[in-house]
Write a protein that binds this ligand. Structure first.
Ligand code: SF4
Length: 491
């Protein structure tokens, strides 16, 4: 009996090839061989459930599934233009075919290939029409050498029927698409930062606004000028803001948790931002059947960028052991979204990984887009000008024009000594509000807790203010904090 092997890489075209073959060939004569090209070469969360998809397809279409043992490969050097890892894996597959069938001249191997009406190129599509990995000529040439007796075809290559394969698989077969095949939605994490504003613009230019979202989790402590900035950026980009609201302020979260957020642990960020984001993303997957990709506006740390201006972009990888604190933070965010959601979510950091190293997001937004930056970035400059504030002038002289991040109106509980000294110097009323908030919590719960810590113990904003007033604020203004900024500061 003639035997038909469909080579499956975990995508929809191999699945549909099996379906088409079954119209004329008995299921016993069809085998779906799963060749996993990606699991060991990519940490991309997109590829995690292609193997399960192959199992689902084989079960649904009632054909035998054969998992190719990729530990085997031909030892001789392969004469091919295909990428080496792909060529070796295909050679493992060829070995298994040889071991399994006595009469190779009765075997036909069907490779999946994107139908021409979907893409005019002669490529094999592994995952979707968005990606190609080899052209059919190279694969045919390799198999002419490896298995010359076998008939190699690209079954869908000339497939003329205009059919929505994804819809067929989802709606008629009632199977979940593998994540690599789901429609992508590109989501910029946006709360008024200049970096995230620029990344949002880049994202929309690259993928089109119909495939993008501007995502904002409102903590209700946001500075009103941040909201103005966000509206103007949203209008400039031409994309509405998707705003998600827990409904509580950080202070209300502290009461609910009976725990005052501080420089080490900020439940407000977890509750108001991270949790809301995860809920939103899971709902997108469930309700709209799309696969989110998150974009963050984290840039390499300014100092690191200056010191290492000779370092090439490719060395700016998102790595946990990077010398740059911001890059370490990006690695932490990537790790979080790889492990914490129900299924991993892809994260992108264009200012670290993709875009030119010297992008001046703030300058572009201000001078090219004509949008004033949130006043928090320039609060020291304004204070120095209008109020003749000596401290503010000193800040400006030292190159500190405002707050280093624009979230929660300068009241971030992750801020350290320098941050709160800056708040006191620029916006003393806001400092006072935070001092009162801290005091209310202490009195309500009768706990000796504080936002700042000194010598491992409690050190209230009132004590800090009194120390600043006694010693002179300047003493505290220019000592850099060694706290790691919260996730909120990158959106
Ligand atoms: S910016 Fe700071 S205070 Fe605001 S939610 Fe984030 S961690 Fe909490």
């Amino acid at each position: 009996m003639e035997q038909h092997i469909v080579v499956g890489f975990g995508g929809i075209y191999s699945a549909y090839t099996v379906h088409e073959l079954k119209k004329t060939i008995a299921p016993e004569a069809i085998k779906l061989f799963f060749v996993d090209l990606f699991s060991d070469i990519s940490e991309e969360p997109l590829y995690i459930n292609n193997a399960q998809f192959m199992v689902d397809v084989a079960t649904k279409l009632e054909v035998e599934l054969v998992n190719v043992d990729l530990s085997k490969s031909l030892e001789r050097k392969l004469d091919t233009n295909l990428a080496e890892n792909i060529a070796f894996k295909l050679s493992s597959f060829a070995e298994q075919v040889t071991g399994r069938y006595d009469n190779l001249s009765k075997v036909t191997i069907h490779f999946p290939a994107t139908p021409h009406y979907l893409k005019g190129q002669n490529k094999i599509s592994v995952e979707s029409v968005e990606y190609e990995w080899a052209d059919t000529y190279e694969v045919r040439e390799l198999f002419d050498k490896l298995l010359p007796q076998v008939n190699v075809v690209f079954s869908l290559e000339d497939f003329a029927e205009e059919i929505n394969i994804k819809a067929t698989i989802q709606e008629k077969w009632e199977l979940e698409l593998p994540r690599s095949e789901r429609k992508r939605v590109h989501i910029a994490m946006f709360s008024g930062g200049a970096g995230s504003a620029y990344v949002s613009y880049y994202m929309v230019q690259a993928y089109g606004k119909e495939n993008c979202k501007l995502f904002f989790t409102n903590t209700l402590w946001e500075d009103e000028d941040n909201l103005r900035f966000m509206d103007e950026v949203s209008e400039y980009i031409g994309l509405e803001i998707t705003e998600i609201l827990d409904g509580r302020t950080p202070e209300e979260v502290f009461y609910d948790m009976r725990y005052l957020g501080n420089s080490r642990l900020a439940k407000c960020s977890e509750e108001l931002k991270v949790r809301q984001t995860l809920i939103y993303l899971e709902e997108l997957r469930d309700n709209e059947k799309v696969e989110p990709i998150l974009y963050f506006g984290i840039a390499p740390h300014e100092k690191h960028r200056r010191d290492d201006s000779h370092v090439k972009r490719r060395e700016n990888n998102v790595e946990e052991n990077s010398a740059d604190m911001n890059i370490r933070k990006a690695a932490g965010i990537r790790s979080f979204y790889s492990h914490f959601p129900i299924e991993p979510i892809e994260t992108r950091f264009p200012l670290i990984e993709t875009l030119r190293e010297d992008i001046d997001a703030k300058g572009i937004i201000k001078y090219e887009w004509g949008i004033s930056l949130p006043r928090m970035y320039t609060a020291a400059v304004e204070a120095a000008k209008i109020e003749d504030n000596v401290l503010a002038q000193k800040l400006v002289e030292k190159g500190i024009n405002g707050f280093s991040h624009a979230n929660c109106g300068g009241r971030c509980v992750r801020g350290g000594f320098q941050h709160y000294a800056t708040l006191y110097a620029i916006w003393p009323d806001q400092y006072k509000e935070q001092e009162e908030m801290e005091n209310r919590f202490r009195e309500h719960f009768e706990k000796n807790v504080s936002i700042l810590k000194k010598n491992g113990g409690s050190y209230t904003l009132k004590q800090y203010r009194e120390d600043m007033e006694a010693d002179g604020v300047e003493k505290y203004l220019f000592q850099a904090d060694d706290t790691i900024p919260c996730v909120c500061s990158f959106s």
